[in-house]
Design a protein around this ligand. Structure first.
Ligand code: CUA
Length: 380
């Protein structure tokens, strides 16, 4: 096919243009037909060659994307299906990307203007057939992929028999987990193997996102809403829950341990937690028995102090806030003030307003006493 062909069509197109433009084009035509342009005179249509390059580049691209290990090994029953969806998406999107880039790069190189050439290209008004093709094919692809994704998601989200509910609460910058049937609250997520779980996800402040890469599924924690994820862990191991939504300066530290354990082990873990909570643990507001008193170590973990601060005794290594291994044992009043009113004195090198201002409301006076005592006793 030669570019000189659409002569008549070109005139139709010109008629729909502004008069001034029509004059300019008429002038150009009077000078001589555009096919005398040395760049296009006698050259074959490049489509066949572009298709050839595109197919070759697509195959290489698909090969590379399928070789990349995008995720860690799966640890729940949904992981295999999610990985297949991902592979299908890659196989479909690589050729589209390659097609667009091939045409763009080919055109830039092949139809580059010669130095000093200030002329316009031939006036092409449009190509209905091409437009129908590039609207229809992506429409069919996107619709098919969305339908496929919806079917897989619907299957994953189906209600299971004997589901165990686990509450997830995000706050700057920590997660807490609640087992409402067992009345246990912890800072570590422990799940029994092969047990369908329904996570109910909340936030106390801004938007966070609950994500365990090995489980593949992810859901935002949105103020005022309860979002849900259903999954069944099927591989014993230690993983991490990661916050996947930028939520403030401590976002990157908002990671906590997830353990998938055999069912029997889960039972005994739960019993230990219940006993700890019964003794007046931090996770049980008002649950402290007379004489027990709140547990400073549990409070430190449950309130996310470990997400931002370093404290060797608690195994905390955060560096968003000051190092708590370096506080003076003699300065109890200062430690208390720093919890209740963190902006009163800000340690050099740190900014005010990073630490939540509401621990004075969140914690009871007894709990604050316990936390201060724990921090001071943890000093070497
Ligand atoms: Cu919470 Cu990012």
């Amino acid at each position: 096919m030669r570019l000189r062909a659409p002569r008549v069509r070109r005139r139709d197109a010109i008629d729909s243009r502004a008069v001034s433009e029509r004059d300019r084009v008429a002038e150009a035509e009077a000078k001589g037909p555009p096919e005398t342009d040395p760049r296009i005179a006698g050259q074959r249509h490049p489509v066949a060659r572009m298709i050839g390059i595109g197919v070759f580049a697509s195959l290489i691209g698909i090969g590379i994307t399928l070789l990349i290990d995008w995720f860690p090994a799966g640890a729940d029953t949904a992981a295999g299906d999610v990985d297949t969806v991902y592979d299908v998406l890659l196989i479909c999107s690589v050729p589209v990307f390659v097609l667009v880039m091939t045409i763009a790069i080919y055109s830039v190189i092949r139809f580059r203007a010669k130095p000093g050439d200030m002329g316009d290209g031939p006036p092409i008004h449009g190509n209905t057939r091409l437009e129908i093709v590039w609207v229809t094919i992506p429409f069919i692809m996107v619709t098919a992929l969305a339908t496929y994704g919806w079917i897989v998601l619907d299957d994953i989200e189906a209600k299971q028999k004997d589901e165990m509910v686990v509450g997830v609460t995000g706050r700057q910058f920590t997660w807490t987990f609640e087992y409402p049937e067992q009345k246990v609250e912890t800072s570590e997520l422990v799940l029994p193997e092969d047990q369908p779980i329904e996570f109910r996800i909340h936030t106390k402040d801004v938007v966070h996102s609950f994500w365990v890469p090995e489980f593949r599924l992810k859901s935002d924690a949105v103020p005022g809403l309860t979002t849900k994820i259903r999954l069944t862990p099927d591989r014993v191991g230690r993983y991490q829950v990661v916050c996947a939504e930028l939520c403030g300066i401590g976002h990157a530290t908002m990671r906590q341990l997830v353990r998938v354990v055999p069912r029997r082990e889960f039972g005994s873990w739960l019993d230990r937690q219940k006993r700890a909570a019964g003794g007046g643990g931090g996770g049980q507001p008002g649950g402290g028995r007379a004489g027990g008193g709140p547990n400073g170590e549990a409070l430190f973990a449950a309130n996310g102090c470990d997400g931002c601060h370093t404290l060797e005794a608690a195994g905390a290594t955060g560096n968003v806030g000051p190092d708590l291994d370096e506080i003076s044992k003699a300065n109890e009043a200062y430690v208390r003030q720093s919890i209740v009113n963190p902006n009163a004195v800000v340690v050099k090198g740190f900014k005010p307003g990073i630490m939540p201002q509401d621990f004075g409301d969140r914690l009871s006076p007894k709990e604050i006493d316990a936390l201060v005592k724990y921090l001071l006793e943890s000093q070497k």
